[in-house]
Design a protein around this ligand. Structure first.
Ligand code: G1P
Length: 301
């Protein structure tokens, strides 16, 4: 297969319309994508990963109550001026790293919560007739190169549709989209079917879809039917599954990296600890504290 014979992926969709009820009351007046992982909101990790994969056009599918996200990606001239006056150059750098080029982000409203497939479909006019990426910001992935970049590189070989894939314990499979595997070559999996949230004991494999996708515009056409699936929602998984026998097919990539489910409290806490321990400015203090805390807990048992 020749390299780079496929259209470059420059657009990414970020479905950020969810209510985030699992984090109430924190999410009562704040989008869950603004929850802080160490010192950056979740959405910043997703944007940085997309940028490193060559994405230049960012499409947010939002909903009511999500305007804090738009403010976050706006320039902050007052803050900028205050930091400059105070000579805080390091903080200015931190702020600059969040700057987005004017016109790089578009916001589309999903008026009703009809499912992930419907959210992605809402962006169809901005995507047009080209391949595009989807990033679910709840899935935070620590990986080098970042997960979407690994996928873009693999996609240059395969074309078609690609999903990030990870083994999960069989008992957890019904929480995910699950792949039916046709064949495997290294980290690449040729997919012959996909099931969203399979009932316990019926999953075709233990290989789950994680929230990173590279999709063909045909998936958007499939979503036109707005057919409901698992949970009565329009499922992205079902629209991708329709492409398994198409020319480009559907591929899973067993990405390298650690995935954190930041849509759950336990996953968010694990990510917080892991990311903090990977930081030079926090590692020593936090690790001393954790050792001491665990020792006290063990002694009390
Ligand atoms: C979504 C997708 C599912 C995927 C999961 C990964 O489900 O529908 O296929 O496995 O993200 O996090 P959700 O977690 O939104 O229920």
């Amino acid at each position: 297969m020749a390299r780079h014979k496929h259209t470059k992926v420059t657009k990414a969709v970020f479905p950020v319309a969810g209510l985030g009820t699992r984090f109430l009351p924190a999410t009562k007046s704040m989008p869950k994508e603004m929850l802080t992982l160490v010192d950056r909101p979740l959405i910043q990790y997703a944007i940085d990963e997309a940028r490193s994969a060559g994405i230049t056009d960012f499409i947010f599918v939002t909903a009511r109550g999500k305007s804090a996200l738009e403010d976050y990606f706006d320039h902050a001239p007052e803050l900028d001026a205050a930091l400059r006056r105070a000579g805080k150059t390091e903080l200015l750098e931190v702020l600059r790293a969040t700057d987005m080029e004017s016109g790089a982000i578009a916001y589309i409203r999903q008026h009703r919560a009809l499912g992930l497939g419907h959210a992605v479909w809402c962006a169809r006019r901005l995507i047009g007739d080209e391949p595009f990426a989807v990033i679910l910001p709840d899935d935070v992935i620590a990986g080098e190169p970042p997960c979407l970049r690994q996928m873009v590189e693999a996609y240059a070989e395969t074309g078609g549709n690609m999903v990030a894939a990870m083994e999960v314990p069989p008992a957890r499979a019904s929480a995910y989209g699950v792949l039916d595997i046709a064949s495997e070559t290294g980290p690449l999996v040729r997919v012959k079917g996909m099931v969203e949230k399979p009932p316990a004991g019926t999953a075709p494999s233990n290989l789950a879809v994680i929230g990173r996708y590279i999709l063909t515009p045909r998936v958007l056409q499939n979503l036109n039917a707005r057919k409901t699936g698992a949970g009565g929602e329009v499922q992205l998984t079902d629209a991708i599954a329709q492409e398994v026998n198409s020319e480009g097919g559907v591929w899973g990539l067993r990405f390298k990296g650690q995935r954190y489910d930041c849509g759950s409290k336990a996953g968010f806490l694990q990510a917080t600890v892991a990311f903090a321990l990977s930081r030079d400015d926090l590692r020593d203090e936090l690790s001393d504290y954790l050792h001491a805390l665990l020792a006290t807990q063990r002694a009390a048992q």
